[in-house]
Write a protein that binds this ligand. Structure first.
Ligand code: MLZ
Length: 265
């Protein structure tokens, strides 16, 4: 379909470049996701990171798991990569002499927790240790440059991965701006943040990449270099680092915008 989003065309039309994969704290070859819906694991409670809880895989999306804490409601689901340090096999906590905690917002009386824990784990399918992948190392320095394109999690809608651009760089921090959106979703994060991915990540993992928004025109840059979109062999030599240059906004005309599909929701 012609109105589908394609990075290759989009980079060409916007005259921009994808940030090289070496910039990211992600494995070059995305980790395999061998988890199944219904499997249980241990996870840090995102609302109370010091406590470790039982979680159930309620969905699979690319290299990520949609997780729900046992004893919690269905309105606080969260997403983690299979190589996230926030998840571990059932039994890890006990091995380390810790206790599994009820989640923040545990729906029953606190005194029922030990029995609830026994029942929730009894007869359940526990995700085997081999499914948990090692977190990739941090790139040694922040190599992001203003104007580089990437795929980034929308923290306000964390199931969404969206086309984004580096809007600013300050020390170890980068400013993530979402293409086609006015700025309400933009955020600062560390360069080694696990919520950002190189161009082509979703295509490789099978996760869903959202199309750019339709609120603001996407800027056209003058850079006329080839894209760093991974092609046939993701193992091949990385292309030499290039700098993406973006024109100041006054020089940008609406007509340079490509037409993404109509946005629902
Ligand atoms: N339809 C929702 C989601 C927007 C997602 C933007 N992502 C960068 C809204 O308009 O709020």
């Amino acid at each position: 379909q012609s109105d589908e989003f394609h990075w290759e065309n989009y980079l060409k039309e916007t005259g921009s470049l994808g940030a090289p994969s070496e910039c990211f704290r992600q494995s070059k070859v995305p980790p395999a996701n061998e988890f199944k819906v219904g499997m249980k694991l241990e996870a840090h409670d995102p609302r109370n990171m010091t406590s470790i809880c039982v979680a159930t895989v309620v969905g699979i999306t690319g290299a990520r798991l949609r997780l729900r804490l046992d004893g919690s409601d269905n309105r606080n689901d969260f997403w983690r990569l299979v190589d996230s340090p926030d998840i571990q096999p059932i039994g890890t906590c006990e091995k380390e002499g810790d206790l599994l905690q009820p989640p923040l917002g545990y729906q029953m009386n606190a005194s029922s927790w030990p029995m609830f824990l026994l029942r929730t784990l009894n007869g359940s399918e526990m995700a085997p240790a081999t499914l948990f992948k090692k977190e990739p190392p941090k790139p040694p320095i922040n190599n992001f440059k203003v104007g580089m394109k990437l795929e980034a999690i929308d923290k306000k809608n964390p199931y969404m991965i969206c086309p984004a651009t580096i809007g600013d760089v300050k020390g170890d921090e980068i400013y993530i701006t979402f293409d086609g959106w006015s700025g309400a979703f933009d955020y600062w994060c560390k360069y080694d943040c696990r919520d950002i991915f190189p161009v082509g990540w979703c295509r490789l993992t099978g996760d869903v990449l959202q199309p750019p928004g339709t609120q603001v025109p996407v800027t056209k840059s003058i850079a006329k270099t080839q894209s760093s979109l991974p092609k046939a062999a993701p193992h091949s030599m990385p292309s030499p680092q290039k700098t993406a240059i973006i024109l100041p906004t006054q020089q940008i005309r609406k007509s340079s915008r490509i037409k993404p599909p109509l946005h629902t929701s």
